[in-house]
Design a protein around this ligand. Sequence first.
Ligand code: GDP
Ligand code: IMO
Ligand code: MG
Length: 423
Amino acid sequence: MPVAVVVGAQWGDEGKAKVIDLLAERHSMVVRYQGGHNAGHTVVVDGERYALQLVPSGVLYGHVAPVIGNGVVVDLPTLFAEVDALESRGVSCARLRVSSLAHLILPWHQRIDALEEASRGDAKIGTTLKGIGPAYADKAMRTGIRAGTVRDAAAFAAEVRVRAAAADAALRLRGDEGFDVDAAVREQVALGARLAPLVADTVNLLHDAIEAGESILLEGAQATFLDLDHGTYPFVTSSNPTAGGACTGTGIGPRQIGRVIGVAKAYATRVGAGPFPTEVTGEVGDRIVEVGREFGTVTGRRRRPGWLDLVMLRHAVRVNSLTEIALTKLDVLDGTSPVRVCTGYRLDGAPLRGFPDDAALLARVEPVYRDLGGWAGPLRGCRTDADLPDGARELIHLVESETGVPVTMVGTGPDRTDCVVRG
Ligand code: GDP
Ligand code: IMO
Ligand code: MG
Protein backbone atom coordinates (compact mmCIF):
# COMPACT_ATOMS: atom_id res chain seq x y z
CA MET A 1 0.00 0.00 0.00
CA PRO A 2 1.32 3.40 -0.97
CA VAL A 3 0.95 5.37 2.25
CA ALA A 4 3.08 5.26 5.42
CA VAL A 5 2.45 7.19 8.62
CA VAL A 6 5.14 8.31 11.08
CA VAL A 7 3.73 8.94 14.53
CA GLY A 8 5.28 9.88 17.87
CA ALA A 9 4.83 7.05 20.38
CA GLN A 10 5.64 9.03 23.53
CA TRP A 11 5.28 12.74 24.42
CA GLY A 12 6.97 14.26 21.38
CA ASP A 13 10.53 14.99 20.26
CA GLU A 14 11.21 11.31 19.65
CA GLY A 15 13.17 12.04 16.50
CA LYS A 16 10.23 11.79 14.08
CA ALA A 17 11.82 14.25 11.66
CA LYS A 18 14.96 12.18 11.33
CA VAL A 19 12.92 9.05 10.62
CA ILE A 20 10.82 10.96 8.07
CA ASP A 21 13.94 12.33 6.43
CA LEU A 22 15.32 8.79 6.12
CA LEU A 23 12.10 7.40 4.65
CA ALA A 24 11.46 10.42 2.41
CA GLU A 25 14.20 9.27 0.06
CA ARG A 26 11.72 6.68 -1.26
CA HIS A 27 8.55 8.78 -1.21
CA SER A 28 7.40 11.52 -3.54
CA MET A 29 5.29 13.48 -1.08
CA VAL A 30 5.62 14.20 2.65
CA VAL A 31 2.44 15.52 4.27
CA ARG A 32 2.03 17.10 7.69
CA TYR A 33 -1.41 16.11 8.99
CA GLN A 34 -1.98 17.95 12.26
CA GLY A 35 -0.56 20.42 14.75
CA GLY A 36 1.12 23.64 13.80
CA HIS A 37 4.28 25.53 14.68
CA ASN A 38 4.25 23.99 18.15
CA ALA A 39 6.27 21.25 16.44
CA GLY A 40 10.04 21.39 16.31
CA HIS A 41 11.39 18.82 13.87
CA THR A 42 15.16 18.56 13.52
CA VAL A 43 17.02 17.02 10.61
CA VAL A 44 20.81 16.90 10.50
CA VAL A 45 22.52 16.30 7.17
CA ASP A 46 26.33 16.30 6.96
CA GLY A 47 26.47 18.29 10.19
CA GLU A 48 24.00 20.92 8.88
CA ARG A 49 21.04 21.26 11.25
CA TYR A 50 17.57 22.16 9.97
CA ALA A 51 14.88 22.90 12.58
CA LEU A 52 11.44 22.80 10.98
CA GLN A 53 8.14 23.87 12.52
CA LEU A 54 5.64 23.82 9.68
CA VAL A 55 7.40 22.79 6.49
CA PRO A 56 7.30 18.97 6.19
CA SER A 57 10.58 17.23 6.93
CA GLY A 58 10.87 15.81 3.41
CA VAL A 59 11.69 19.28 2.04
CA LEU A 60 15.44 18.59 1.99
CA TYR A 61 15.05 16.23 -0.98
CA GLY A 62 14.58 17.80 -4.40
CA HIS A 63 12.21 15.02 -5.51
CA VAL A 64 9.81 15.42 -2.57
CA ALA A 65 6.71 17.63 -2.69
CA PRO A 66 6.09 18.90 0.85
CA VAL A 67 2.40 19.29 1.62
CA ILE A 68 0.69 20.94 4.59
CA GLY A 69 -2.48 18.91 5.00
CA ASN A 70 -5.98 20.03 5.95
CA GLY A 71 -5.56 18.98 9.59
CA VAL A 72 -2.76 21.48 10.25
CA VAL A 73 -3.24 24.95 11.74
CA VAL A 74 -1.02 27.38 9.87
CA ASP A 75 0.70 30.46 11.26
CA LEU A 76 1.60 32.46 8.16
CA PRO A 77 4.45 34.60 9.57
CA THR A 78 6.16 31.42 10.82
CA LEU A 79 5.56 29.59 7.55
CA PHE A 80 7.10 32.34 5.42
CA ALA A 81 10.01 32.91 7.82
CA GLU A 82 10.75 29.21 7.56
CA VAL A 83 10.46 29.17 3.78
CA ASP A 84 12.79 32.20 3.52
CA ALA A 85 15.33 30.62 5.90
CA LEU A 86 15.32 27.36 3.93
CA GLU A 87 15.59 29.12 0.57
CA SER A 88 18.51 31.22 1.86
CA ARG A 89 20.28 27.96 2.69
CA GLY A 90 19.69 26.64 -0.82
CA VAL A 91 16.69 24.41 0.00
CA SER A 92 13.93 25.00 -2.54
CA CYS A 93 10.36 25.30 -1.26
CA ALA A 94 8.91 25.76 -4.74
CA ARG A 95 6.96 22.48 -4.47
CA LEU A 96 5.35 23.36 -1.13
CA ARG A 97 1.54 23.24 -1.13
CA VAL A 98 -0.90 24.20 1.62
CA SER A 99 -4.34 22.61 1.85
CA SER A 100 -7.23 24.95 1.07
CA LEU A 101 -9.02 23.31 4.02
CA ALA A 102 -6.27 24.00 6.60
CA HIS A 103 -7.20 26.58 9.22
CA LEU A 104 -5.14 29.69 9.88
CA ILE A 105 -3.69 30.69 13.23
CA LEU A 106 -4.46 34.38 13.70
CA PRO A 107 -2.57 36.76 15.98
CA TRP A 108 -5.29 36.82 18.63
CA HIS A 109 -5.07 33.03 19.04
CA GLN A 110 -1.68 33.50 20.67
CA ARG A 111 -3.08 36.16 23.01
CA ILE A 112 -5.90 33.82 24.03
CA ASP A 113 -3.44 30.93 24.57
CA ALA A 114 -1.45 33.14 26.98
CA LEU A 115 -4.58 34.33 28.79
CA GLU A 116 -5.85 30.76 29.21
CA GLU A 117 -2.50 29.63 30.60
CA ALA A 118 -2.36 32.60 33.00
CA SER A 119 -5.88 31.82 34.20
CA ARG A 120 -4.85 28.29 35.19
CA GLY A 121 -2.70 29.46 38.08
CA ASP A 122 -0.65 26.51 39.35
CA ALA A 123 -2.37 24.06 36.99
CA LYS A 124 -0.73 25.30 33.80
CA ILE A 125 -0.48 22.92 30.83
CA GLY A 126 2.78 24.48 29.74
CA THR A 127 1.65 25.05 26.14
CA THR A 128 4.04 26.42 23.56
CA LEU A 129 1.91 29.62 23.53
CA LYS A 130 1.64 29.39 19.75
CA GLY A 131 -2.15 29.71 19.69
CA ILE A 132 -2.70 26.07 18.76
CA GLY A 133 -5.59 25.34 21.16
CA PRO A 134 -7.53 28.55 20.38
CA ALA A 135 -7.12 28.02 16.60
CA TYR A 136 -8.51 24.47 16.83
CA ALA A 137 -11.26 25.76 19.15
CA ASP A 138 -12.33 28.24 16.45
CA LYS A 139 -12.28 25.42 13.90
CA ALA A 140 -14.59 23.34 16.12
CA MET A 141 -16.78 26.39 16.80
CA ARG A 142 -16.98 26.97 13.03
CA THR A 143 -15.56 30.46 13.46
CA GLY A 144 -12.17 29.65 11.91
CA ILE A 145 -10.72 30.97 8.65
CA ARG A 146 -9.40 28.46 6.15
CA ALA A 147 -6.38 28.87 3.89
CA GLY A 148 -8.57 28.55 0.78
CA THR A 149 -10.30 31.81 1.67
CA VAL A 150 -7.20 33.78 0.57
CA ARG A 151 -7.98 32.88 -3.05
CA ASP A 152 -10.57 35.70 -2.93
CA ALA A 153 -8.64 38.63 -1.42
CA ALA A 154 -11.72 40.78 -0.76
CA ALA A 155 -13.65 37.96 0.91
CA PHE A 156 -10.59 37.09 2.99
CA ALA A 157 -10.17 40.72 4.14
CA ALA A 158 -13.85 40.90 5.09
CA GLU A 159 -13.74 37.64 7.02
CA VAL A 160 -10.57 38.60 8.89
CA ARG A 161 -12.17 41.94 9.81
CA VAL A 162 -15.28 40.26 11.26
CA ARG A 163 -13.22 37.73 13.27
CA ALA A 164 -10.67 40.32 14.39
CA ALA A 165 -13.35 42.69 15.66
CA ALA A 166 -15.05 39.88 17.58
CA ALA A 167 -11.72 38.70 19.05
CA ASP A 168 -10.74 42.25 20.03
CA ALA A 169 -14.06 42.74 21.85
CA ALA A 170 -13.76 39.35 23.59
CA LEU A 171 -10.17 40.09 24.70
CA ARG A 172 -11.17 43.48 26.12
CA LEU A 173 -13.97 41.83 28.09
CA ARG A 174 -11.29 39.66 29.70
CA GLY A 175 -9.28 42.71 30.75
CA ASP A 176 -6.81 42.50 27.85
CA GLU A 177 -5.90 45.76 26.13
CA GLY A 178 -7.11 44.43 22.76
CA PHE A 179 -5.41 45.17 19.45
CA ASP A 180 -5.53 47.36 16.35
CA VAL A 181 -8.09 45.63 14.12
CA ASP A 182 -7.18 47.63 10.97
CA ALA A 183 -3.50 46.78 11.36
CA ALA A 184 -4.33 43.08 11.91
CA VAL A 185 -6.43 43.04 8.72
CA ARG A 186 -3.67 44.75 6.71
CA GLU A 187 -1.08 42.26 7.96
CA GLN A 188 -3.25 39.22 7.18
CA VAL A 189 -4.15 40.53 3.72
CA ALA A 190 -0.46 40.88 2.85
CA LEU A 191 0.29 37.39 4.18
CA GLY A 192 -2.76 36.00 2.37
CA ALA A 193 -1.51 37.37 -0.93
CA ARG A 194 1.74 35.47 -0.46
CA LEU A 195 -0.11 32.31 0.54
CA ALA A 196 -2.55 32.30 -2.40
CA PRO A 197 -0.24 30.68 -4.99
CA LEU A 198 0.63 27.87 -2.57
CA VAL A 199 -2.96 26.94 -1.77
CA ALA A 200 -4.15 23.70 -3.35
CA ASP A 201 -6.88 21.11 -3.20
CA THR A 202 -4.45 18.75 -1.50
CA VAL A 203 -7.04 16.02 -0.91
CA ASN A 204 -7.46 15.43 -4.64
CA LEU A 205 -3.75 16.11 -5.23
CA LEU A 206 -2.84 13.26 -2.86
CA HIS A 207 -5.40 10.85 -4.32
CA ASP A 208 -4.26 11.64 -7.87
CA ALA A 209 -0.69 10.89 -6.78
CA ILE A 210 -1.76 7.57 -5.24
CA GLU A 211 -3.61 6.65 -8.44
CA ALA A 212 -0.46 7.51 -10.42
CA GLY A 213 1.47 4.95 -8.34
CA GLU A 214 3.34 7.37 -6.12
CA SER A 215 4.07 6.70 -2.47
CA ILE A 216 3.27 9.16 0.27
CA LEU A 217 4.58 9.70 3.77
CA LEU A 218 2.33 11.27 6.41
CA GLU A 219 4.27 13.20 9.05
CA GLY A 220 2.87 13.37 12.56
CA ALA A 221 3.75 16.15 14.93
CA GLN A 222 3.50 15.88 18.73
CA ALA A 223 2.68 12.34 19.82
CA THR A 224 0.32 9.64 21.02
CA PHE A 225 0.31 10.77 24.67
CA LEU A 226 -0.24 14.41 23.69
CA ASP A 227 -3.28 13.40 21.61
CA LEU A 228 -6.42 15.35 22.47
CA ASP A 229 -8.39 12.11 22.93
CA HIS A 230 -5.79 9.49 23.84
CA GLY A 231 -3.23 11.58 25.71
CA THR A 232 -3.01 12.59 29.33
CA TYR A 233 -5.87 15.12 29.15
CA PRO A 234 -5.81 18.02 29.91
CA PHE A 235 -2.00 17.94 29.54
CA VAL A 236 -2.26 17.42 25.80
CA THR A 237 -2.22 19.33 22.55
CA SER A 238 -5.43 20.20 20.72
CA SER A 239 -5.18 17.87 17.72
CA ASN A 240 -5.04 14.13 17.03
CA PRO A 241 -1.44 13.06 16.37
CA THR A 242 -2.47 9.37 16.57
CA ALA A 243 -2.62 7.51 13.26
CA GLY A 244 -6.37 8.07 12.82
CA GLY A 245 -5.57 11.78 12.69
CA ALA A 246 -3.45 11.09 9.62
CA CYS A 247 -6.64 10.07 7.78
CA THR A 248 -8.80 13.02 8.83
CA GLY A 249 -5.84 15.40 8.54
CA THR A 250 -5.12 14.50 4.89
CA GLY A 251 -8.32 13.04 3.45
CA ILE A 252 -6.62 9.69 2.82
CA GLY A 253 -8.67 6.71 4.00
CA PRO A 254 -7.29 3.97 6.30
CA ARG A 255 -7.24 1.27 3.61
CA GLN A 256 -4.48 3.15 1.76
CA ILE A 257 -2.14 2.95 4.74
CA GLY A 258 0.33 0.07 4.75
CA ARG A 259 2.89 1.07 7.37
CA VAL A 260 2.47 2.92 10.64
CA ILE A 261 5.87 3.63 12.18
CA GLY A 262 5.86 4.61 15.83
CA VAL A 263 8.90 6.60 16.88
CA ALA A 264 10.14 6.20 20.44
CA LYS A 265 13.35 7.20 22.16
CA ALA A 266 15.28 4.54 24.08
CA TYR A 267 14.29 6.60 27.12
CA ALA A 268 11.45 9.14 27.48
CA THR A 269 11.08 12.90 27.73
CA ARG A 270 8.20 15.25 28.26
CA VAL A 271 8.13 19.02 27.90
CA GLY A 272 5.31 20.81 29.68
CA ALA A 273 3.24 19.62 32.62
CA GLY A 274 1.44 16.33 33.21
CA PRO A 275 1.97 12.87 34.74
CA PHE A 276 5.17 10.99 33.87
CA PRO A 277 5.50 7.67 35.75
CA THR A 278 9.12 6.91 34.78
CA GLU A 279 10.45 10.45 35.27
CA VAL A 280 14.02 10.54 36.62
CA THR A 281 15.39 13.44 38.58
CA GLY A 282 18.91 13.97 39.90
CA GLU A 283 22.20 13.05 38.30
CA VAL A 284 20.95 10.29 36.00
CA GLY A 285 18.24 12.56 34.61
CA ASP A 286 20.67 15.45 34.20
CA ARG A 287 23.01 13.20 32.26
CA ILE A 288 20.24 12.15 29.84
CA VAL A 289 19.30 15.81 29.29
CA GLU A 290 22.91 16.83 28.75
CA VAL A 291 23.99 13.97 26.47
CA GLY A 292 20.67 13.87 24.61
CA ARG A 293 20.56 17.69 24.34
CA GLU A 294 17.02 17.58 25.62
CA PHE A 295 16.02 21.20 25.23
CA GLY A 296 12.96 22.18 23.18
CA THR A 297 13.57 23.32 19.61
CA VAL A 298 10.59 25.70 19.75
CA THR A 299 10.62 27.09 23.29
CA GLY A 300 14.14 26.20 24.50
CA ARG A 301 12.62 24.58 27.61
CA ARG A 302 14.48 21.76 29.36
CA ARG A 303 12.70 18.49 28.65
CA ARG A 304 11.86 16.30 31.64
CA PRO A 305 13.80 13.00 31.34
CA GLY A 306 12.72 9.47 32.27
CA TRP A 307 13.14 5.78 31.48
CA LEU A 308 11.57 3.97 28.54
CA ASP A 309 7.98 3.01 29.39
CA LEU A 310 6.75 -0.12 27.60
CA VAL A 311 3.24 0.17 29.06
CA MET A 312 2.96 3.35 27.03
CA LEU A 313 4.52 1.77 23.96
CA ARG A 314 2.08 -1.18 24.10
CA HIS A 315 -0.76 1.34 24.24
CA ALA A 316 0.75 3.28 21.34
CA VAL A 317 0.82 0.03 19.32
CA ARG A 318 -2.90 -0.38 20.03
CA VAL A 319 -4.23 3.09 19.33
CA ASN A 320 -2.09 3.65 16.23
CA SER A 321 -2.04 0.11 14.77
CA LEU A 322 1.74 0.39 14.71
CA THR A 323 3.34 -2.00 12.27
CA GLU A 324 6.83 -1.22 13.57
CA ILE A 325 8.87 0.90 15.93
CA ALA A 326 11.80 3.21 15.20
CA LEU A 327 13.85 3.30 18.41
CA THR A 328 15.92 6.48 18.49
CA LYS A 329 18.74 8.00 20.52
CA LEU A 330 20.16 4.69 21.80
CA ASP A 331 23.60 6.33 21.69
CA VAL A 332 22.51 8.70 24.48
CA LEU A 333 22.54 5.70 26.84
CA ASP A 334 26.14 4.70 25.95
CA GLY A 335 27.89 3.91 29.21
CA THR A 336 24.69 3.96 31.28
CA SER A 337 24.21 1.05 33.65
CA PRO A 338 21.69 -0.08 34.56
CA VAL A 339 19.45 0.88 31.65
CA ARG A 340 16.03 0.75 33.28
CA VAL A 341 12.92 -0.19 31.29
CA CYS A 342 9.41 -0.03 32.68
CA THR A 343 7.47 -3.19 31.76
CA GLY A 344 4.38 -2.71 33.95
CA TYR A 345 2.72 -0.53 36.56
CA ARG A 346 1.47 -1.15 40.07
CA LEU A 347 -1.44 0.78 41.48
CA ASP A 348 -2.11 0.63 45.21
CA GLY A 349 0.10 -2.45 45.36
CA ALA A 350 -1.71 -4.38 42.61
CA PRO A 351 -0.31 -4.99 39.12
CA LEU A 352 -1.77 -2.91 36.30
CA ARG A 353 -0.71 -4.03 32.85
CA GLY A 354 -2.73 -1.68 30.66
CA PHE A 355 -2.38 2.07 30.29
CA PRO A 356 -4.99 3.75 32.54
CA ASP A 357 -7.74 5.95 31.08
CA ASP A 358 -7.25 8.72 33.63
CA ALA A 359 -4.30 11.12 34.01
CA ALA A 360 -4.89 11.34 37.76
CA LEU A 361 -4.50 7.54 38.03
CA LEU A 362 -1.40 7.64 35.85
CA ALA A 363 0.09 10.15 38.27
CA ARG A 364 -0.29 7.55 41.05
CA VAL A 365 1.10 4.41 39.39
CA GLU A 366 4.45 2.95 40.38
CA PRO A 367 6.56 1.67 37.49
CA VAL A 368 7.86 -1.91 37.56
CA TYR A 369 11.35 -1.95 36.07
CA ARG A 370 13.51 -4.48 34.28
CA ASP A 371 17.16 -3.47 34.74
CA LEU A 372 19.44 -4.19 31.81
CA GLY A 373 23.23 -4.15 31.95
CA GLY A 374 23.60 -1.63 29.12
CA TRP A 375 26.67 -1.31 26.89
CA ALA A 376 29.88 0.65 26.90
CA GLY A 377 29.49 2.18 23.44
CA PRO A 378 29.90 4.23 21.45
CA LEU A 379 27.00 3.21 19.20
CA ARG A 380 27.71 6.00 16.76
CA GLY A 381 29.17 4.41 13.68
CA CYS A 382 27.13 1.20 13.99
CA ARG A 383 25.44 0.62 10.66
CA THR A 384 24.09 -2.93 10.88
CA ASP A 385 22.42 -5.04 13.54
CA ALA A 386 25.63 -7.06 13.86
CA ASP A 387 27.60 -3.90 14.72
CA LEU A 388 25.42 -3.29 17.79
CA PRO A 389 26.75 -4.48 21.16
CA ASP A 390 24.84 -7.29 22.92
CA GLY A 391 23.50 -4.88 25.57
CA ALA A 392 21.88 -2.69 22.93
CA ARG A 393 20.39 -5.73 21.19
CA GLU A 394 19.01 -6.92 24.53
CA LEU A 395 17.10 -3.63 24.88
CA ILE A 396 15.80 -3.87 21.31
CA HIS A 397 14.64 -7.47 21.83
CA LEU A 398 12.87 -6.50 25.06
CA VAL A 399 10.99 -3.74 23.21
CA GLU A 400 10.01 -6.20 20.48
CA SER A 401 8.88 -8.94 22.85
CA GLU A 402 6.89 -6.60 25.10
CA THR A 403 5.18 -4.67 22.30
CA GLY A 404 4.77 -7.45 19.73
CA VAL A 405 6.07 -5.34 16.83
CA PRO A 406 9.51 -5.25 15.23
CA VAL A 407 12.05 -2.48 15.76
CA THR A 408 12.96 -1.66 12.17
CA MET A 409 15.18 1.37 12.73
CA VAL A 410 17.62 2.26 15.50
CA GLY A 411 18.99 5.76 15.99
CA THR A 412 22.69 5.94 16.87
CA GLY A 413 23.29 9.68 16.49
CA PRO A 414 21.65 12.86 15.15
CA ASP A 415 22.95 12.72 11.57
CA ARG A 416 20.95 11.24 8.70
CA THR A 417 23.51 8.46 8.43
CA ASP A 418 23.57 7.60 12.17
CA CYS A 419 21.08 4.80 11.88
CA VAL A 420 20.75 1.02 11.80
CA VAL A 421 18.02 -0.21 9.48
CA ARG A 422 16.95 -3.72 10.55
CA GLY A 423 15.08 -6.40 8.65
P1 GDP B 1 10.80 15.34 16.63
O1 GDP B 1 10.01 16.50 17.14
O2 GDP B 1 10.19 14.04 16.99
O3 GDP B 1 11.10 15.42 15.16
O4 GDP B 1 12.19 15.37 17.40
P2 GDP B 1 13.10 16.69 17.68
O5 GDP B 1 13.77 17.07 16.42
O6 GDP B 1 12.33 17.71 18.41
O7 GDP B 1 14.11 16.11 18.76
C1 GDP B 1 14.95 15.04 18.49
C2 GDP B 1 16.41 15.51 18.69
O8 GDP B 1 17.25 14.39 18.76
C3 GDP B 1 16.92 16.35 17.53
O9 GDP B 1 17.86 17.25 18.01
C4 GDP B 1 17.59 15.30 16.63
O10 GDP B 1 18.64 15.85 15.85
C5 GDP B 1 18.14 14.36 17.64
N1 GDP B 1 18.20 12.95 17.24
C6 GDP B 1 17.34 12.25 16.47
N2 GDP B 1 17.68 10.95 16.43
C7 GDP B 1 18.79 10.83 17.20
C8 GDP B 1 19.61 9.73 17.59
O11 GDP B 1 19.39 8.57 17.22
N3 GDP B 1 20.66 10.02 18.42
C9 GDP B 1 20.93 11.28 18.88
N4 GDP B 1 21.96 11.47 19.70
N5 GDP B 1 20.18 12.33 18.53
C10 GDP B 1 19.12 12.10 17.71
P1 IMO C 1 7.04 17.75 18.25
O1 IMO C 1 6.27 17.62 16.96
C1 IMO C 1 6.88 18.00 22.60
C2 IMO C 1 3.39 20.04 24.31
C3 IMO C 1 3.60 21.34 25.04
C4 IMO C 1 2.48 21.24 26.07
C5 IMO C 1 1.36 20.57 25.28
C6 IMO C 1 0.32 21.53 24.73
O2 IMO C 1 8.30 18.53 18.10
O3 IMO C 1 7.22 16.41 18.90
P2 IMO C 1 0.35 23.22 22.68
O4 IMO C 1 1.22 24.41 22.41
O5 IMO C 1 0.41 22.17 21.64
O6 IMO C 1 -1.06 23.60 23.01
O7 IMO C 1 0.96 22.59 24.04
O8 IMO C 1 1.98 19.87 24.23
N1 IMO C 1 3.93 20.00 22.93
C7 IMO C 1 5.01 19.30 22.56
N2 IMO C 1 5.89 18.61 23.29
N3 IMO C 1 7.01 18.05 21.26
C8 IMO C 1 6.11 18.72 20.51
O9 IMO C 1 6.10 18.68 19.16
C9 IMO C 1 5.09 19.44 21.16
N4 IMO C 1 4.06 20.22 20.74
C10 IMO C 1 3.36 20.54 21.83
O10 IMO C 1 4.86 21.40 25.63
O11 IMO C 1 2.87 20.36 27.09
MG1 MG D 1 10.29 18.20 18.40
